[in-house]
Design a protein. Sequence first.
Length: 78
Amino acid sequence: MSNEIAELRAIVAAMPPAPEGMGPYLARVSERAYTVTDAEVDRLKADGFSEDEIFEQTVAVAVAQGLRRYDAAMDVIG
């Protein structure tokens, strides 16, 4: 599994910075993803972001947060 984790880290690190205007949405994804609504995604689309761009940034932030939690768990276990 170590190779897969390293690959995820590399993918997240290679992502371009989030476009200006997505910060509040991505912070919400990172901190409280369960509270994100369709309306928020619709607002991003209305602001000119493509579905692909929203998806890619959402997944990158979610994976990064998952890796942070994984690292914290490994520190406790390890």
